[in-house]
Design a protein around this ligand. Structure first.
Ligand code: PGA
Length: 252
């Protein structure tokens, strides 16, 4: 049985106070529900300490994720946040390679490999995002693009390390646009991702959770999560409203 995961990516939203309130609401709703899914919240860096404290105080099973980390261990890198700093704040996961990081901050597969290695070495779990842009899908290059994002990064890991990696398929054209991939499109790509992973790591591919991200909301989560190779979601906009986030988790 593969692990099921629903992760909320808050991106650059909420004040510290709003984030604390949202975290409390999520803990409350999580306590009320029966779910086999692991629930993760990923607030901005500045909120990690307070949200992490709330998750502990509320005795919730909600895990904490950071949205990014530095590609170096420590030192003179103004403005960066290291994996060890995140670990100290009880982060269990780090989202890496989100399309917004690739697109606006020039993160390449090469940089992402460095980050993944640091995250794994610290004993944390990367949530590695892959996904094609609209023009890549329209020119029928979506499989090729996603395969190279996997091969240039995950293929460089050892099998035992892969066991600690979560993959998120996020078609760029679906992120924040209200346009969701159909459940068939998602399943087709998720099954493909699993085959590409299996080509290199046959014994681990079946265990790797592959999440879907991109305008996932209460109205479409059930259909997406029903797909054989969709193991949960990486939720942006809808994770900022506790009720919607809870409804998505309950879609399993
Ligand atoms: P969205 O974002 O749910 O707002 O489309 C998903 C993501 O970027 O992780």
């Amino acid at each position: 049985m593969r692990k099921k995961i629903v992760a909320g990516n808050w991106k650059m939203n909420t004040t510290v106070a709003e984030g604390a309130l949202l975290a409390k609401q999520i803990c409350f709703l999580a306590r009320e529900m029966e779910t086999s899914a692991e629930i993760i919240v990923s607030p901005p860096f500045t909120h990690l300490e307070s949200v992490g404290r709330i998750l502990k105080e509320e005795k919730s099973h909600v895990a904490l994720a950071a949205q990014n980390c530095a590609s170096t261990e420590s030192g003179a890198y103004t403005g960066e946040v290291s994996v060890n700093m995140l670990k100290e704040l009880s982060c269990k996961y780090v989202i890496l390679g989100h399309s917004e990081r690739r697109e606006y901050y020039g993160e390449t597969n090469e940089i992402l490999l460095k980050k993944i290695n640091l995250v794994l070495a610290a004993g944390l779990h990367p949530i590695y995002c892959v996904g094609e842009k609209l023009e890549e899908r329209e020119s029928n290059r979506h499989f090729e693009v996603v395969a190279s994002q996997i091969k240039e990064v995950l293929y460089k890991l050892r099998g035992v390390e892969l066991a600690n990696v979560v993959v998120a398929y996020e078609p760029v054209w679906a992120i924040g646009t209200g346009k969701t991939a159909t459940s068939d499109q998602a399943e087709e790509m998720h099954a493909y991702i699993r085959r590409v992973i299996a080509d290199k790591f046959s014994s681990y591919a079946d265990q790797t959770p592959v999440l879907y991200g991109g305008s996932c909301k209460p109205s479409n989560a059930k259909e997406l999560f029903a797909m054989e190779n969709v193991d949960g979601g990486l939720i942006g906009g809808a994770s900022l409203i506790a009720q919607d986030f809870a409804a998505i988790i309950k879609s399993f």
